[in-house]
Ligand binder design. Structure first.
Ligand code: 13P
Length: 253
């Protein structure tokens, strides 16, 4: 039985004060870590404080990106060593906004996945098709290529620990959620890709989240699907009440 993992991706939102208020409200209210994994992926300036405040609670803190190098002349970047030093446990890699706006490639995502494991960070690897690709019936091929490249060179053990987030780009921030059948169809395909690429055991173990306009009103239906093991949530993760409803839904699966 795979444990559900519910991760909030705050993107570039909140002030320090708002981050503080949020964490004070949720940190002792989330279900136990045995029941569901509750993760908050916050902007870099808030990470240290959030890690400190959630110590001893069931909330885990994640970053939204990182560089794959440990140090060097990469102005404006943050390294995996720095994240680890702060006590961060997860890192979102290859979010579609990073791919589209900041031109991250599948190869970058793969290097970052290796760097994450080297520094004991759990990678949440995002994949997903554009509307144009979906309409051209390329969804499965696009997602398959992204998954294979992201996992290249990882050991079977590492692949078991990866979290893959399927986020159709057309459903992100649009209010247009994929139907649970559409979402599950792709997640099932991803699991098959992992089985062929690594092993049946790895496919059974790997957690696959759905992301794209997830909210308390649709989360139960999405999480009830056979191959959906959690959610990566933007907008609906920003309010404490809503985030708590989402992790509560993860608990029941
Ligand atoms: P929304 O939940 O706001 O659609 O964002 C999804 C997302 O991009 C999470 O990473």
């Amino acid at each position: 039985m795979r444990k559900q993992v519910i991760a909030g991706n705050w993107k570039m939102n909140k002030t320090h004060r708002e981050a503080e208020d949020f964490i004070q409200t949720v940190k002792n209210e989330v279900p136990s870590a045995e029941q569901v994994e509750s993760v908050v992926c916050a902007p870099f300036p808030f990470l240290q404080k959030l890690v400190e405040e959630t110590e001893g609670t069931s909330v885990e803190i994640g970053a939204q990106n990182m560089h794959f190098e440990e140090s060097g002349a990469f102005t404006g970047e943050v390294s995996p060593v720095m994240l680890k030093e702060l006590g961060v446990s997860y890192v979102v890699l290859g979010h579609s906004e990073r791919r589209e706006i900041f031109k991250e490639t599948d190869e970058d995502v793969n290097k970052k996945a290796h760097a994450a494991f080297k520094h004991d960070l759990t990678p949440i690897v995002c994949v997903g098709e554009s509307l144009e690709q979906r309409e051209a019936d390329q969804t499965m091929d696009v997602v398959e290529a992204q998954v294979k490249k992201a996992l290249e060179g990882l050991t079977e053990d590492q692949i078991k620990q990866v979290i893959i987030a399927y986020e159709p780009i057309w459903a992100i921030g649009t209010g247009r959620t994929a139907t649970s059948e559409q979402a599950n169809e792709v997640c099932t395909h991803i699991r098959k890709v992992v089985a062929d690429f690594a092993s049946a055991d790895a496919a059974e173990a790997v957690r696959i989240q759905y992301g794209g306009s997830v909210k308390p009103a649709n989360v139960d239906e999405l999480l009830s699907q056979s191959d959906i093991d959690g959610a990566l949530v933007g907008g609906a993760s920003l309010e404490a009440d809503s985030f708590l409803k989402l992790v509560e839904a993860g608990k029941h699966e």
